[in-house]
Design a protein around this ligand. Structure first.
Ligand code: AKB
Length: 318
C-alpha cells in the first residue's frame, strides 16, 4: 500500500487532494504536511494523520518521510503568480530551494514526487492557441521562471538519479472548498461567490481574455492518475499540458447568468493581472497527456457552473 505525504496540505489544491487520496488509499496512508500557522482543521484534521513539514527545512521533510515510511510525495508548496511578483525572492526560495530539498529527500528515500507546474510556465513568445506540449517557454514573471525551473530540475533528478518525478501544467483551478490566494485566474472562483451572494462582480481582466481552466475534481484526478500511470508509457514527465476548458470573463459571466439572471459584472482591469494573463496560453493542446496516461476531464463550463452554484449555495446558506 502507498504511503503518501502531501506538502502544503492546507492550500487550495492540498486541502482537497488529501481528502481524495484518503478516500482512494485509506486515511492512515495519507499524511497531511503543514507549516506552522497553517495547521489542518475540521475534516482535514480529523480524517487522518498530519505532520509539520517546511519545504525550507530539509530535516523536517526527512523526519516525516522516515517516520511514516513515505514512498510518494505531493509537493504543493508554492506562491501563486500575483503574490510571486510582489515577493520574487520568496517565490524562488519556496518554489526552487524547497523543491531541491524535496528532491534530495526523495533521492535518498526512493520516493516518487509530484510537483505541479502551470500555464504560467509559458510566456509571450509561446504560441497562444493550442499551445503545444513541447514549445518555447520564456516566461517573464518570477512565477513562470520558478515553474520552468521546477520542470527542468524534476527532469534532471529523473534522468540523473532515477527519481520518479512527474508533473502537470495546471490551468486555473476552480473549487468551492478552499479559496486560492494571489493567482491571476482567481477571478474565475471569486465570480461564483459574488453571484451566489447577490453581489456585482468586479472583474480584474478584460472581457475577451481567454485562459485555460479546470474544475477541482478533474485537477485531483489528473494529479492522482498521472502518479498511478504505467511509467513505461510516459514519454514526457515534467510536465504535461492538461486542460478541461478555455473561456473568457464574458463567457463565464453568461454561463452564471443562465442560472442567476440578475447577476451583474463590471470591469476594472488590473494591469498586472492583465499582463500576466496576456502572456499565458489562450488554450493548450493536452493530447500528449490524453495519449500517454489517458487523461480525460469530466467537467466543462456549463456542468462546472451547475455544480459550483449548488455547492456554494449550500456552503453560504443562500
Ligand atoms: C495562478 O493564477 O497563479 C494559478 C496558475 C494558473 O498557475 N492559478
Amino acid at each position: 500500500m502507498k504511503k503518501i505525504l502531501i506538502i502544503g496540505s492546507t492550500g487550495q489544491i492540498g486541502s482537497e487532494l488529501v481528502m481524495e487520496l484518503r478516500r482512494r488509499f485509506g486515511s492512515t496512508n495519507v499524511i497531511a504536511g503543514y507549516i506552522a500557522g497553517k495547521e489542518p482543521t475540521g475534516e482535514l484534521e480529523k480524517s487522518g494523520p498530519s505532520v509539520e513539514v517546511d519545504v525550507l527545512n530539509r530535516n523536517s521533510i526527512e523526519k516525516a518521510v522516515e517516520g511514516y515510511q513515505i514512498d510518494t510525495i505531493y509537493n504543493l508548496a508554492a506562491l501563486l503568480s500575483v503574490v510571486a511578483e510582489s515577493n520574487p525572492a520568496l517565490a524562488w526560495k519556496v518554489g526552487i530551494d524547497g523543491l531541491w530539498n524535496v528532491l534530495e529527500v526523495a533521492r535518498n528515500y526512493n520516493c516518487a514526487v509530484f510537483t505541479p507546474s502551470s500555464i504560467g510556465s509559458f510566456g509571450v513568445d509561446t504560441p497562444h492557441d493550442m499551445t503545444p506540449q513541447d514549445t518555447i517557454q520564456r516566461p517573464r514573471t518570477m512565477y513562470g521562471i520558478t515553474k520552468v525551473t521546477t520542470e527542468l530540475l524534476s527532469d534532471y533528478y529523473h534522468t540523473k538519479y532515477g527519481v520518479d518525478t512527474r508533473s502537470v501544467r495546471f490551468p486555473g483551478i476552480i473549487s468551492n472548498v478552499t479559496l486560492p490566494g494571489g493567482g491571476t485566474t482567481d477571478y474565475a472562483v471569486d465570480i461564483y461567490y459574488a453571484a451566489v451572494k447577490g453581489e456585482t462582480f468586479v472583474c480584474p481582466l478584460k472581457s475577451d481574455t481567454f485562459l485555460d481552466m479546470m474544475y477541482m475534481p478533474d485537477a485531483l484526478n489528473a494529479a492522482i492518475s498521472l502518479l498511478e500511470a504505467d511509467p513505461s508509457l510516459l514519454k514526457h514527465r515534467n510536465s504535461f499540458n492538461v486542460t478541461a476548458m478555455s473561456f473568457t470573463p464574458e463567457m463565464i459571466y453568461k454561463a452564471i447568468k443562465k442560472h442567476i439572471p440578475d447577476f451583474e459584472m463590471i470591469y476594472e482591469v488590473d494591469p498586472l493581472k492583465q499582463a500576466i494573463a496576456d502572456s499565458w496560453p489562450n488554450s493548450m493542446d493536452d493530447s500528449c497527456a490524453r495519449k500517454e496516461w489517458n487523461w480525460i476531464p469530466k467537467y466543462d463550463l456549463d456542468s462546472m457552473t451547475v455544480d459550483m452554484l449548488e455547492k456554494l449555495r449550500a456552503k453560504l446558506n443562500k
